[in-house]
Write a protein that binds this ligand. Structure first.
Ligand SMILES: [Fe+2]
Length: 289
């Protein structure tokens, strides 16, 4: 009997590993349409590709499959939500940098940090100057790297506002995370200008209510990797902060006039399992109401 149980567990584990390996390489394009009266006329039809949580994953040699999918969207800009690398002292960041270099030859890229980049930044005694070198490389490629700051994304005629919010470590804690207040957000990034359509790059989706109160029209988040395993009609099973069946796991959410798009991300780290949870390229089309 014990032999049958052990054999069954081994077969199940092997099956999960095989499906997961396949799934980790099986990109999905998710299309979203954001309709708003606040958008300027010339942003009607503006396309954004949103990438997050690559964690140095590769889709074919030198990420050709990923680049082909992005090219297929013909975006006006690429927004990056962070965690493109893995914060380990023995990790190379070349996969993320190679992708950014390649994309920067074709697109304007706006890059915000996730908890992995911020871990490098906040722990120089462990990681040395890795963060500074990484950001220096991004800037050399012409990537617009944002850290608790805002830029105007312009079309040549008018503009929308893009803000990147670097959350503190306590907001990423696995147990008893401390949500930011709206005042914390305003201290970090200022207050939004109500005259402009406001996009917020906020890596952690947990605090959508606060982002909405702060005053954004569109939030782009990642971090949760779709909940690792996705069950039919239930959704994601576990977040990286060990929340079971997290309220936000993937897709589109709305609070008041704020919409959040939560990507399943492109990779993972540590536990490399994805089940029924394909890596996502988000293609977002803005529509003037
Ligand atoms: Fe993350």
């Amino acid at each position: 009997m014990l032999f049958i149980i052990i054999t069954g567990v081994l077969i199940l584990t092997a099956a999960i590993c095989l499906v997961s390996i396949n799934e980790n390489q099986n990109l999905a394009l998710e299309e979203y349409k954001i309709v708003s009266a606040k958008l300027p006329e010339d942003f009607d039809g503006y396309k954004i590709v949103f990438l997050t949580d690559l964690h140095c994953n590769e889709f074919d040699y030198q990420n050709k499959a990923l680049i082909d999918m992005i090219d297929g969207c013909s975006p006006d800009a690429v927004f990056v939500g962070g965690d493109m690398l893995v914060s380990r002292t023995d990790s190379s960041y070349d996969v993320a940098l190679d992708l950014m270099r390649e994309l920067s030859l074709r697109y304007r890229i706006y890059y915000a940090d996730g908890n992995h980049e911020l871990r490098l930044k906040r722990n120089e005694e462990v990681y040395g100057v890795a963060y500074k070198e990484y950001v220096h490389q991004l800037k050399e490629f012409g990537v617009i790297h944002l850290s608790n700051e805002s830029v105007m994304v312009d079309s040549g005629i008018s503009a929308i506002c893009l803000t990147a919010y670097d959350m503190e470590e306590k907001q990423y804690r696995k147990f008893h995370p401390a949500p930011p207040s709206v005042e914390d957000m305003a201290d970090a990034v200022g207050e939004p200008d109500p005259d402009f359509f406001q996009v917020l790059l906020a890596h952690n989706p947990n605090y959508f209510r606060q982002y909405s109160k702060w005053g954004c029209d569109l939030v782009l988040s990642g971090h949760f990797h779709g909940g690792m395993v996705r069950l039919p009609k239930i959704g994601g099973v576990i977040s990286p902060q060990f929340q079971l069946f997290p309220k936000y796991d993937s897709g589109e959410y709305q609070i008041g006039r704020s919409i959040m798009i939560l990507s399943r991300g492109l990779g993972n780290h540590s536990i490399k399992i994805r089940l029924f949870n394909r890596p996502e390229v988000s293609c977002i089309t803005l529509k003037k109401k």
